[in-house]
Design a protein around this ligand. Structure first.
Ligand code: G4P
Length: 529
């Protein structure tokens, strides 16, 4: 393919993920986004807890039982003149390190906030992760068809709690039963809301101009007057959209609407396709790789086992950083220094796995993995380097794992280390005893690990409580100081699955004390592969 058309393909890609607290509306907004992308005929098939119909993205048995999605699926669809990749981020009990790592594989994120609740816990955490790369963020204030908090107050809360400037692009007119629509500040038009049409792409009525008397007819003179006052206030008191600040992750454009009513989602998508960055360059330990370089490169951010019981394989999700994937091409697996021919990469359309002929920077491809691929691995067209910035994240939950049959200690360790390499969980081996501690970011991972140990390693294990509440990887350039630290903290030190030294703290207070007492030691909440 000529360079110009490669460039065109890459420039039209927009790869993003959704960050939100459970129940804020991520699944609903995904459905509507796919509806706009024509990926689904009628919105409503992503999830159907109540109807007993299962999401197209639910693959595993476990997911079916629980009605939630364990896997991070990838959905590609066209919107306007762009091709959008939406990477699903596991969110309820299925929240896991994969959720965090997916955020290292996107070029922008959409933050969905329940406008009745404001900024919630999970959103705070996910924002911290997007900050590692200063990913640009768009914001959707959801559930305007309910009684919500004062919009100004919501923006203030986002600004102060998440440390990001807000630039409202649309502004709501009423809420709950009297939600009338939004005023689009950039287009100087009011888009009117009709309830009960959430399942389809609606024909909307638009009133041009804020002073248009039609507006009074459409929303009532009280709400029209209130809107005019509020817009004056908003234009004076809030930030204007600044593309540069958005790209730097310092300012977020804010949209109001209702995902359930499929209202406002298209305004957000317009913003995404217009402002969100095309595939970005990435650092390797040797140089910066630009997305439009002709040669293929990519990195693995997630490994999924048994996505489909019919294919008992593992799939490595690879984000293409540069160039183009072509069926049958030779790729270099740079960690092991081997060239392999890839003829059967997969693409994902909400669960339908299809063989892929070609894909471009920004896209995600699935590589079959028989155990040789790990999280963080780099694939290139010959160049020997590795991408940075696909870390392990400090687990937030810990359990001691114990065998039912003590003779299988070796298999247990082998299984745990392999599962850790896949990124399912992390394993810590204390320096002071023979315990095995499993750490995870989300609770469901513990069950997944026991189920997989049994199915794949023939090991029956169970968990016990362990007095660990957080872990940090410890580093120090000064060997002597590190030795001293190691001697004095033997009981709180452990090696992880990759033999990196970690401080496992019984309490957050204990961690703070250790940090104070040993200022020369770096306590890192992430570890690079
Ligand atoms: P999540 O993926 O972020 O967890 O949220 P999800 O979309 O599942 O939405 C959580 C609940 O909020 C769902 O109701 C959903 O219908 C509702 N919801 C989402 N967007 C809106 C909105 O704009 N307005 C209103 N009023 N509700 C909204 P549920 O009854 O808990 O779920 P379900 O059983 O219907 O799936």
């Amino acid at each position: 393919m000529a360079n110009a058309s490669l460039n065109t393909e890459i420039q039209k890609r927009r790869t993003f993920a959704i960050i939100s607290h459970p129940d804020a509306g991520k699944t609903t907004i995904t459905e509507k986004v796919l509806l706009f992308g024509n990926a689904l005929q009628t919105a409503g098939t992503v999830k159907g807890k109540k109807s007993g119909q299962h999401a197209k993205s639910d693959w595993m048995e476990m997911e079916k039982e629980r009605g939630i999605s364990v896997t991070t699926s990838v959905m590609q669809f066209p919107y306007a003149d762009k091709l959008v990749n939406l990477l699903d981020t596991p969110g309820h009990e299925d929240f896991s390190e994969d959720t965090y790592r997916t955020l290292t594989a996107v070029d922008s994120s959409l933050m969905v906030i329940d406008a009745a609740k404001g900024v919630e816990d999970r959103t705070r955490k996910l924002m911290e992760v997007t900050r590692l790369r200063d990913t640009p963020i768009l914001t959707f204030m959801n559930k305007l068809d309910r009684d919500i908090r004062d919009p100004m107050e919501l923006l203030d809360e986002v600004e102060t709690e998440l440390d990001i400037l807000c630039a409202p692009i649309t502004w709501p007119i009423g809420c709950g039963k009297s939600f009338k629509g939004v005023y689009h500040l950039h287009r100087d038009e009011t888009i009117l809301y009709q309830s009960g049409l959430g399942h389809m792409i609606q024909e909307v009525r638009i009133v041009k101009g804020l002073d248009n008397p039609e507006l009074d007819d459409a929303v009532g003179s009280d709400l029209a007057a209130q809107l005019r006052d509020e817009i004056e206030l908003v234009q004076g008191a809030s930030n204007e959209f600044d593309h540069e600040l958005f790209i730097q992750g310092q300012l977020t454009p804010v949209f109001f609407g209702t995902a359930l009513g499929n209202f406002g989602v298209d305004h957000m998508l317009d913003g995404l396709s217009e402002w969100a960055p095309a595939p970005q360059s990435r650092e390797t330990e040797l140089r910066t790789v630009d997305a439009t370089e002709e040669k293929f490169s990519g990195f693995v951010f997630k490994i999924q086992a048994n996505m489909d019981p019919k294919h008992r394989d593992r799939i490595a999700f690879c984000r293409i950083v540069s160039g183009q994937y072509k069926k049958g091409m030779k790729m270099r697996h740079t960690r092991i220094g081997k060239d392999i021919r890839i003829s059967d990469a997969l693409t994902f359309l909400a669960g339908d796995r299809a063989l892929l002929e070609e894909a471009y920077a920004g896209d995600i491809i699935g590589l079959h993995n028989h155990g040789s691929i790990r999280i963080g691995d780099t694939f290139t067209e010959g160049e020997d380097h590795r991408f940075k910035g696909i870390p392990n994240f400090a687990p937030e939950l810990f359990k001691r794992i114990r065998l039912k049959d003590p003779l299988k200690q070796k298999q247990l360790l082998k299984g745990l280390i392999q599962l850790a390499e896949e990124g399912a969980v992390q394993v810590f081996r204390p320096l002071a005893n023979n315990d095995l501690i499993v750490g995870a970011v989300g609770v469901l991972q513990f069950d997944v690990v026991v189920a997989r140990l049994k199915a794949e390693y023939n090991v029956e294990a169970l968990y016990e409580h362990v007095n660990v509440s957080t872990a940090r990887w410890v580093y120090c350039d000064d060997e002597k100081k590190l030795d001293e630290f190691r001697r004095k903290n033997q009981t709180n030190l452990a090696l992880d699955g990759g033999d990196a030294l970690a401080y496992v703290a019984p309490t957050m207070v204990n961690l703070s004390l250790a940090q104070e007492r040993f200022p020369d030691i770096t306590f890192n909440p992430t570890r690079e592969h």
